[in-house]
Design a binder for this molecule. Structure first.
Ligand code: GDP
Ligand code: MG
Length: 193
């Protein structure tokens, strides 16, 4: 009789949910698309005349699309043992009502910041801090943005020492993956016991 005894079954991968947050146009959709192994599901729509009155495009006049609900992607790390499901949150204020739902069961969040418009990411930092959800802050530099060191951004945004603040490039897969690993380690370090 055929038996599987003695053959170690491959353990099912652990799957965790991670959010990608930050203001409108900081690079959330770009980050999810950079790292995802599956075609990222994105509900990107062309900005309409109607929404240009509502969404603040100051500083990002070139942006022509917007994420209507959220971005979704997946990445496997640690030799197939860990699957991260990424949810990019909608950046516009009028979608705040979705955040509580999206945050359910999340182990942590990456909060992206655009140094030209730091204020657009304050609300995201605050949201996760209030709920004790671990975050990593990613400084996503754009061609015309002034270069700031992580400590300058930390001071400007009053981010506690315990929160990692790192420079990243949302278009670069390695950079995004490194940020996810930093977040995962940061989240694990906070688990009591
Ligand atoms: N130079 C540069 N451009 C970026 C970077 N990340 C995103 N972008 C561009 O910035 C724009 C807004 O990015 P998007 O991902 O749609 O922002 P979202 O609103 O946060 O989802 C897009 O045109 C991107 O191609 C980056 O790291 N560097
Ligand atoms: Mg988007």
């Amino acid at each position: 009789m055929h038996s599987n005894q003695g053959q170690a079954a491959a353990p099912a991968p652990e799957s965790v949910k991670i959010l990608v947050a930050g203001g409108f146009g900081v690079g959330k959709t770009t980050l999810v698309a950079s790292v995802s192994e599956i075609p990222p599901l994105s509900t990107e729509e062309t900005l309409t005349e109607a929404s240009t009155d509502i969404d603040d495009l100051t500083g990002i006049e070139g942006k022509t699309t917007t994420t209507v609900a959220f971005d979704f992607g997946r990445i496997t790390i640690q030799r197939d043992e860990l699957v991260l499901y990424l949810f990019g949150t909608p950046g516009q204020d009028r979608f705040w009502f979705m955040w509580n739902e999206l945050a359910q069961g999340a182990v942590g969040a990456i909060v992206l910041v655009d140094t030209r418009r730091l204020q657009t990411s304050f609300a995201a930092v605050d949201f996760f801090e209030r709920r004790s959800i671990p975050i990593v802050v990613g400084i996503n530099h754009f061609p015309d943005s002034h270069w700031y060191e992580p400590d300058e951004i930390r001071a400007a945004m009053a981010i506690p020492e315990s929160v990692p603040v790192i420079v990243c490039d949302a278009r670069n897969r390695r950079s995004c993956k490194q940020m996810l690993i930093t977040l995962f380690e940061h989240a694990l370090a906070r688990v009591p016991g």
